[in-house]
Design a protein around this ligand. Sequence first.
Ligand SMILES: Nc1ncnc2c1ncn2[C@@H]1O[C@H](COP(=O)(O)OP(=O)(O)OP(=O)(O)O)[C@@H](O)[C@H]1O
Ligand SMILES: [Mg+2]
Length: 725
Amino acid sequence: MEFWKASVYGKDYGDMLDLEVSLLKSNGAGARKYKHKSEVAVDTELMKLLHRELTDAERVATHEFFLTLVVCNTVIPISLDDNGSIDYQGESPDEQALVAAAAAYGYTLCERTSGHIVVDVNGEKLRLDVLGLHEFDSVRKRMSVVIRFPNNSVKVLVKGADTSMFSVIAKNTDKADDLARETQKHLTDYSSIGLRTLVIAAKDLSKAELEQWQCRYENASTSLTDRAIKLRQTASIVESELSLVGATAIEDRLQEGVPETIESLRQAGIKVWVLTGDKQETAISIGLACKLLTSDMQMIVINGNSETNCRNLLLDAKAKYGVASTCAKRKNFELKSSADKNDLQPANYKTSSEVPQWESVKEEAEVNGPLALVIDGNSLVYILEKDLESELFDLATFCNVVLCCRVAPLQKAGIVDLIKSRTDDMTLAIGDGANDVSMIQMADVGIGICGQEGRQAVMASDFAMGQFRFLKRLLLVHGHWNYQRIAYLVLYNFYRNAVFVLMLFWYILCSAFSTTSALTDWSSVLYSVIYTSIPTVVVGVLDKDLNHRTLLEYPKLYGAGHRHEAYNLHLFWVTMLDTLWQSLVLFYIPLFTYNESTVDMWSLGSLWTIAVVILVNIHLAMDIQQWVSITQMAVWGSIFISYGCMLLLDSIPVFPNYWTIYHLAASPPYWLTIILITIIALLPRFLVKIVYQRFWPSDIQIAREAEILLERPVSLPKKRGGRST
Ligand SMILES: Nc1ncnc2c1ncn2[C@@H]1O[C@H](COP(=O)(O)OP(=O)(O)OP(=O)(O)O)[C@@H](O)[C@H]1O
Ligand SMILES: [Mg+2]
């Protein structure tokens, strides 16, 4: 917030003039200089205006304008030291910027309590009594403060969004009409260069008006039920027939790395929607700045003011661009293997709802290039509350970019819900303000950015981050790693348990359904708890298939998750088939080896136990992508610990398997059997892996090979079938 503009308009200010004279008289030597944290470059013309004679109406209006900026907010001044250094703290960075700007023009906010405000106007302290404050809310989209001046005059000072302010500004004279028109022109100019605008207005309150308001205000603010509604109604008493004082525009700078992050998300195949409370022109301009919107995009603008109007606009757009209606709830999207389609994906600058691709049904229509849907909050009122949701869903999912402006917090949540209820896709919402809380809570994954707008978003989120650009790493790196790990772990755990259970099952078959077991109860329990658990956990936490640099450099690798490459029904059944094979090998090789021998059931059980532990651990070792010392210790350590436990259990005379391992391990067939089981059981899996990696490598395998062979991320070769990473 380093740049601000202001438009101030002159008018007849009546008794404000007296106050101004007394202030100017005392302006000069001896005035205390305040230091502020932020440097504001002052506009010389405006400064000159502030030093004009007070008989000048423009000068008086400027005074009122700056006074409103200083008073009508919730910023708290904090004295940093005795030299007059002041820091402004508050939930709204816009307000802090405005108060800092006013200070640069000689209007310094010195003190704020619930009862009074002290403003230093060019060295002279002005104490104003605060009679009441109507805080900003997203329904009114404005805030107001009622103050009493030292000369006992009472004023209401209001600031808010242009749409909400012009409806309460008096336009009873031609002059007022002209001012409103000119202000609107300025506001459009400011917002089309991406500035966030606010309109400032004020009104003198007569004694009768004040009494009426005060009575209602006291009742409302002490009410135990529907307090917010009552306060809103009370605010409407004073927030009406206001006089326009001016307008401000503040630059809301994009955080570092936002366009790049958006570009990466786009390439990763993530569909991004922007939901903002900003004015439409501001939102479009910021959309362009963060590369969400591009100049070659065709824009569909839905600005309806009635249900019929919105319906017509939606249906016209659908007909024009050939959007067919979808009826049933969509099954989880089938992302086309072509990552090229992802190039059509839009992006986000601040607040987004992440959804993957939808298969929109295109008919022959005039679609030349990507489409952007721009829709305002007013239209959403009619669309989300009526039966137009499906029309919006069809159109929005067909468009490459969706930009919703002037949306209220609940509407943000409504949009996320629209996607959640109509698709099986995952939604992610990211925002930094209190107005993003409901959206963050509604989405499957909520992310709060710890910014200057308070901590509400962070408190409501699943993940908190300092900057928007960290989203890239969170999704492309940690999202990818965790998907691969979890997908593998699910399959591995099915395998790990099934191979053991199947082995016991074959024993039951061979023992004429005797339901006896060759394994002791201890072996069964320790198998899951000790023998095989630690490597599973270590791999589930630490394994990384690709280096983070590669993942950041090639966002399309994120598409593996969209395509369900690591976990799908096909893989599940292949794993189960492999499990069946491994369990048969595991059971029958010892049986054949010791067929003619005199070893008993418990000895065989001991062999089966250690063989299955070695087998599942080596199976896991074959799939580990990145060996680190902890993984080595976990895998090989588990086998040693299992041996240790078995030696211990076989040394306890009360157990039926007493001393069995000592007998068996002394002979070579024992060791040969274990080696044979491991090799034969894992051979098919090994061969299939080699064949797949040789002839049908996935993007991840190609990237891995490139990483390993060249020891750095490089341009990846074109993949067979035209797809490349
Ligand atoms: N403290 C305030 N006082 C007066 N008006 C405000 C205040 N805060 C916001 N506004 C006005 O209300 C509008 C809506 O505010 P809201 O906080 O819902 O969204 P936003 O801050 O503009 O956008 P975003 O969704 O990106 O946070 C703002 O664009 C602004 O014009
Ligand atoms: Mg905001």
